[in-house]
Design a protein around this ligand. Sequence first.
Ligand SMILES: [Zn+2]
Length: 86
Amino acid sequence: MMPMFPEPEQTPVVLSRHFQSLRSTPDATWKKRSYRAFRGCDECYWLQHETDGAFHPRRKVAWQRMAVAGTVELCTEHARLWKEST
Ligand SMILES: [Zn+2]
């Protein structure tokens, strides 16, 4: 018998409201990052905040995006979405 409320899979990765304006800055450069200790994606952090914790888990940083307006560190999924959205 199927459970009535199956464990949810990982929450689909979407974009936060927080970085909406930063995302469209055209001067950005990207750099691959790999940290020995866990570092959580900035966009995942804001999604978690904006969804009152419904978004999870916070994924690990894979990319650093540098722009005059600000630097963010993003997971693989969010880096892909950011690149697609500009
Ligand atoms: Zn992320």
